[in-house]
Design a protein around this ligand. Structure first.
Ligand code: ADP
Ligand code: SF4
Length: 681
């Protein structure tokens, strides 16, 4: 039953001419699906509406071929075929009584039009600005005629939005795209009525809001996405000039690494103070985000009049049913986002988003997976899952919910595998949610039995004779230099000087020592391990063959803050060097470009290069095929890091997939080949 304190979240609200049934608002967010994957997209957005979101928006939606963000997937409303695609999405959203919104988007100097090959339009002659792309192309400096054209294209796109069935149409004036260039005095160097004083710099946005309102003509609401920041007083002056023009303000802050903050650095409700100040300047409803997963925080934001609607991108990805769970009072079932930004990373990689917490995200259409519904098995099997990391926990949960009889065996006293260790590292405490949510679900399921402190051997597995055995025994950091920059081990290695990334956390070195962390992994682990060792009082040097530490963190939006934290902690960083040898208290380094060598004195080297799957049990069982058949075992599967080490999201996905495949072994071949084929005319 719903806690009456949360009732306020379910009060309807008028947004101009339309009404949202509640305060849950899925703000526009990238999906990695875009116009090329309309079925995948419609199914994903539809599940959000089914889960109770009052408003479900698209991602950024290009109004015209001069705004093309290939190879990043984006939506478009260029022509009739786009209308048909979007219709699919709006139908799915309307089916569940939610409103559908579209974020009309104009590129600017952040893009380079790699698909259409038309020069991008900007306010200056300027190199494209996306630092994850660094394309040599530049924008074309816009003239008055371009402004006129863009107004027409925006109006035309708004017309198409209505035809596609949208209830909310956006003017998108932030995130560094063209309209924010107009606002910014550094980028807006125009000397006409669109440049100079603030009144002039807001003119284009004002015109677009007015144009859109005229086109939608009371059939849809007009929203504006806009940034305000306490350190940017002019942003409030600009906001005040537009304050009552749109029907809804979708407010964020000028720093994307706060808005989309990785949980290593940014916690829940980080936008509150910035938004509150703007809220006081408008009579129109305001929505804002802040990785909000706690209903109490949400209520507080509404009561304190910070905002009128609870905006969410990531919390709606991790749990599309978050509103319904609050509505029914099933708060312990909320699958809280951990703020890892793995979703966003994959959009930037040009593939559908995925989620560490929600393995069904992006698989709604292709595999027919659903975050809350799992088909009950027709034939109940006895399944033994070995290992309780993210893969084993997820496999056990799903198998249990399918109705199988599950035994989960874990050698340690505590469940969670790599999550237990990693969540204790600096900044990663929220990662424990991956484990805790699954344990809560497992504890509720009558047909799952958990056996901690149960080290399994091939003999004990054979003895138990379960029909299916799922091996989720994980992986361990290697103690060699084989990785992205080397196919072979250290030329020489003093074995006493090499400690693995697991060992150093399991048995911390007590005496203050000189550590070298050799990061050829390029994600968070090398950096957080270095920070942890520093916290323990050691001297730490991070050696990395790439030009920057935490290179993959570019995609999860943590690279900059991570490097800042590492440097400020007093960790010495050596980039563009490999480690060749570790002997006699010295690590010998060589430059990846010139081969030039240097030496550093150290007590220990920790290679963060690759992980080795723990497969002794699997291999042992496989070598005893006849015996396991004699003992009634039909199938043995290896999943998660034990199959192929990767990010936690991959282990959770593997756990979910393995459970489904126990009932339907053909699914891999059939479903993963299901793709969005273009219509051949
Ligand atoms: P993944 O990411 O694939 O889920 P983890 O490394 O997080 O993998 O978890 C693997 C888990 O398997 C660890 O908790 C580990 O203690 C457990 N484990 C490994 N070998 C055995 C075994 N032989 N018997 C029981 N548990 C095991
Ligand atoms: Fe949250 Fe990570 Fe899932 Fe994104 S991938 S929604 S950040 S848990």
């Amino acid at each position: 039953m719903r806690d009456p304190r949360h009732d306020i979240l379910f009060e309807p609200i008028n947004i101009g001419p339309v009404t949202s049934k509640n305060r849950f608002y899925q703000v526009p967010h990238c999906s990695g699906m875009g116009w090329r994957r309309p079925n995948t997209l419609a199914a994903m957005r539809g599940v959000k509406a089914e889960g109770g979101w009052g408003v479900v928006n698209t991602e950024y939606c290009s109004i015209h071929p001069t705004s093309d963000n290939d190879a990043f997937p984006y939506c478009a409303l260029w022509d009739n075929e786009d209308i048909i695609s979007h219709r699919k999405m709006t139908d799915e959203v309307h089916k569940h009584g939610a409103l559908a919104g579209v974020e009309l988007w104009i590129g600017g100097s952040l893009i380079v039009n790699l698909g259409t090959r038309l020069p991008p339009l900007g306010l200056r002659n300027h190199p494209q600005q996306d630092t994850s792309v660094y394309h040599p192309g530049q924008t074309r400096c816009m003239d008055k005629n371009d402004i006129k054209n863009i107004r027409k294209w925006h109006r035309d796109a708004a017309k198409r939005a209505l035809e596609a069935g949208f209830d909310i149409v956006y003017v998108y004036a932030t995130h560094g795209y063209l309209l924010s260039e107009f606002l910014n005095p550094e980028t807006n160097i125009r000397s006409d009525e669109y440049g100079g004083p603030l009144e002039n710099r807001v003119r284009f946005i004002k015109e677009l809001i007015e144009d859109t309102r005229e086109i939608v003509d009371g059939k849809a609401a007009v929203a504006t996405r806009f940034s305000v920041g306490l350190n940017d007083s002019e942003s409030y002056d600009a906001f005040a000039l537009l304050a009552d023009l749109p029907d809804l303000w979708d407010l964020t802050v000028p720093d994307y690494s706060v808005e989309m903050g990785n949980s290593r650095f940014i916690k829940e409700a980080a936008l509150k103070d910035s938004v509150l100040k703007a809220r006081q300047l408008t009579s129109k409803p305001v929505v804002s985000v802040g990785r909000l997963t706690s209903p109490d925080t949400m209520v507080q934001l509404l009561r304190e009049n910070v905002q009128d609607l609870i905006g969410a991108a990531r919390p709606s990805i991790a749990d599309p049913f978050l509103p319904n769970k609050i509505s029914t009072g099933n708060l312990e079932d909320i699958r809280e986002c951990i703020g890892c930004n793995v979703c966003y990373a994959h959009d930037s990689l040009g593939v559908p988003i995925r989620c560490t917490q929600n393995p069904t995200m992006g698989e709604e259409w292709r595999n027919g997976w659903h975050p809350e519904k799992i088909l009950t098995t027709k034939k109940r099997k006895r399944v033994l899952v070995i290992g309780s990391g993210p893969a084993g926990l997820e496999a056990s949960r799903v198998l249990g919910e399918m109705g199988h009889k599950v035994a989960l065996a874990e050698k340690s006293r505590e469940l969670g595998g790599r999550i237990i260790t990693e969540a204790k590292l600096p900044g990663l405490s929220e990662w424990i949610r991956v484990r805790d949510w699954r344990i809560t679900q497992i504890n509720k399921c009558q047909n799952i039995e958990v056996f901690p402190e149960s080290f399994m051997t091939s003999e004990s597995v054979l003895e138990l004779g379960y029909e299916n055995v799922v091996i989720a025994t994980g992986a361990r950091w290697a103690k060699d230099s084989i990785g992205r920059h080397s196919n072979c081990d250290f030329r020489e290695a003093d074995i006493g000087m090499i400690i693995s990334g697991d060992e150093v956390l399991e048995k911390p070195v007590k005496s203050k020592s000189k550590f070298v962390v050799y990061d050829d992994d390029h994600y968070y682990f090398g950096s957080v391990l270095a920070l942890e060792l520093k916290r323990q009082g050691h001297q730490v040097t991070l050696v990395c063959p790439a030009g920057r530490i935490c290179s993959w963190g570019e995609f999860t939006d943590e690279q900059t803050r991570s490097n800042t934290e590492v440097i400020q902690a007093g960790i010495k960083v050596i980039n563009n060097y490999k480690i060749e040898a570790v002997t006699n208290g010295i690590a010998e380094l060589s430059c990846v470009f010139s081969g030039e060598t240097k030496e550093i004195f150290c007590d220990f080297v920790i290679p963060i290069t690759r992980k080795i799957p723990v497969t002794d049990l699997y291999d042992d069982l496989c070598s005893k095929k006849q015996e396991f058949r004699d003992n009634g075992i039909e199938k043995i599967m290896k999943i998660g890091d034990a199959e192929a080490p990767s990010i936690i999201a991959a282990a959770v996905h593997s756990g979910y997939r393995s459970a489904i495949e126990i009932d339907n072994p053909a699914s891999k071949a059939l479903n993963f080949a299901k793709r969005e084929h273009p219509l051949i005319k």
